[in-house]
Design a protein around this ligand. Structure first.
Ligand SMILES: O=C(CO)[C@H](O)[C@H](O)COP(=O)(O)O
Ligand SMILES: [Co+2]
Length: 215
């Protein structure tokens, strides 16, 4: 089953509760929350206070994508705020095994993220410990960028590892996902599709979600 995770990065922040209710009603499976610190990526967005504020207004799992340096310092705060998934970048975690287990110790599902140029080999020895692998299909930092096609073989490789080892790991893609690129990601083996602009820039969010799901 293909899951759709609308990214609120492209929502109207002045009407965030309505924007979340709209995609929930439209068939979304997760709410994707992009956390940026102005250091790991050149943009600033959301902190634990916003996660805490949106937690009671939706029944959907909050899929929190941490694009921050030193995530260990903030994991307890995001867990307390109500994150269901916390995903950290390999490129920001010198002690990745420790960070993944810190997330799990807080009762939160753990995800690991790879930038477009980072090889899949970087997660071969941690994939058995995680609930989700997120492959970036744009350079992180901004919504509305163009899908990077050279990531497709990486999706295939992660899907192959998951199958070979019989793992229960979700394979998520994030960046430039629309109804055309979604199809390529699903064919390559992804099962969770993040989409920001391709959903929130459309008037009919339910139709946008259906189109990305390939319905
Ligand atoms: O992590 C992200 C950017 O760093 C966002 O989740 C992503 O860019 C979603 O936006 P879009 O679908 O418009 O590309
Ligand atoms: Co994201």
């Amino acid at each position: 089953m293909i899951k759709i995770a609308p990214s609120i990065l492209s929502a109207n922040f002045a009407k965030l509760a309505e924007e979340i209710a709209d995609v929930e009603k439209g068939g979304a499976d997760y709410i994707h929350v992009d956390v940026m610190d102005g250091h790991f990526v050149p943009n600033l967005t959301i902190g634990p206070l916003v996660v805490e504020a949106i937690r009671p207004i939706t029944n959907l799992p909050l899929d929190v994508h941490l694009m921050i340096e030193n995530p260990d310092q903030y994991i307890p705060m995001f867990a307390k705020a109500g994150a269901d998934y916390l995903s950290v970048h390999v490129e920001a975690c010198p002690h990745l095994h420790r960070t993944i287990h810190l997330i799990k110790e807080h009762g939160v599902k753990a995800g690991v993220v790879l930038n477009p140029h980072t090889p899949v080999a970087m997660i071969e020895h941690i994939i058995t410990d995680v609930d989700l692998v997120l492959l970036m299909t744009v350079n992180p930092g901004f919504g509305g960028q163009k899908f990077i096609h050279s990531v497709l073989p990486k999706i295939e490789r992660v899907a192959q590892i998951v199958k070979e080892r019989g793992l229960n790991v979700e394979i998520e893609v994030d960046g430039g996902v629309n109804e055309d690129t979604a199809k390529l990601c699903v064919e390559a083996g992804a099962n969770v599709l993040v989409a920001g602009s391709a959903i929130y820039n459309k008037k009919d969010r339910a139709a946008a979600i259906r189109a990305i799901r390939g319905e």
